[in-house]
Design a protein around this ligand. Sequence first.
Ligand SMILES: [Zn+2]
Ligand SMILES: [Zn+2]
Length: 320
Amino acid sequence: MKALVFHGESGLRLEQVAEPALADGEVRVHVGAAGVCGSDLGWFRGGMPSVSTPVVPGHEFGGMLDDGTSVVINPMVGCGTCLRCAAGNTHLCAQRRIIGIHRDGAYAERVSVPRHNVVAADGLDPVRAALVEPIANGVHGWDRAGRPTGAVAIIGAGAIGMCLLHVLRSKGLSNIMVVDPMSQRCEAARAAGATATSTRLTGQFDAVFDAAGTRATRADAIACTAAGGTTALLGLHDDVLSVSAAGVIVGDKTIAGCFGYSEPAFREAVALAASIDAPWVAPVPIDDARQVVEALVAGRGTPGAIKTMIRFTDVGAFGT
Ligand SMILES: [Zn+2]
Ligand SMILES: [Zn+2]
């Protein structure tokens, strides 16, 4: 079968590889589409030297089981025995491994996954199925922000920001400011229901979600969080968080790190994915994927193509 394999320093290669082995308790998934994540691109740029290669990336995906059942895969693999796993918080398990990082993922025609990680996805087309994972990040971010219902802001209209916007709209929020330096992305956010857009965040909000994660956007996010509110940090661009502690303390503000999602949040995301419209997804056939992903790694993406997805032709109809 075909797979786009990451070889560390020597980069990505489209290869013919052996069919994935099925261990006890695992099932085979015929991949419909696999999202190319910002964290994948950071990894390909050298950002995760501790992960062993070669490995097949791809942690955002759905597809079909051998019997034709439509499924989405939760890529967080916990130990299954600790208290955090028992509570559905596999993202917090000390032994957590991620499909598509620590074991072969979905940049391939087929992938084997633990049966425990399979969630039924009746009626979801491949694009929406592959958006479940970033939507789950949005559900988790909303939870971590204390489930705000008033005025909120999202910094960064990339895939996480757009999926978070969908989650907030689905939760009934009607005052959502979206901030992005790129006009095409602001336009996409307005088309998806943002109340207003801007290139720089100003004002005060009950919650601010920073899906960009630069030093500057984190500072803006915290400064524009109203007294008593929450700044939810999702983006991982820079490692530094540098703000005045007095502003946080006197403002009684909460700063919440947001990583991954619980198993209940992932299942909720499967339901929310059915209603997302994502004209900002750009599908790429597996045969062209290496070229396109390498362009993204080099920073030469198309601004309107907020999310690149690798598509596989042997599964169903593609698109919305
Ligand atoms: Zn991702
Ligand atoms: Zn565990």
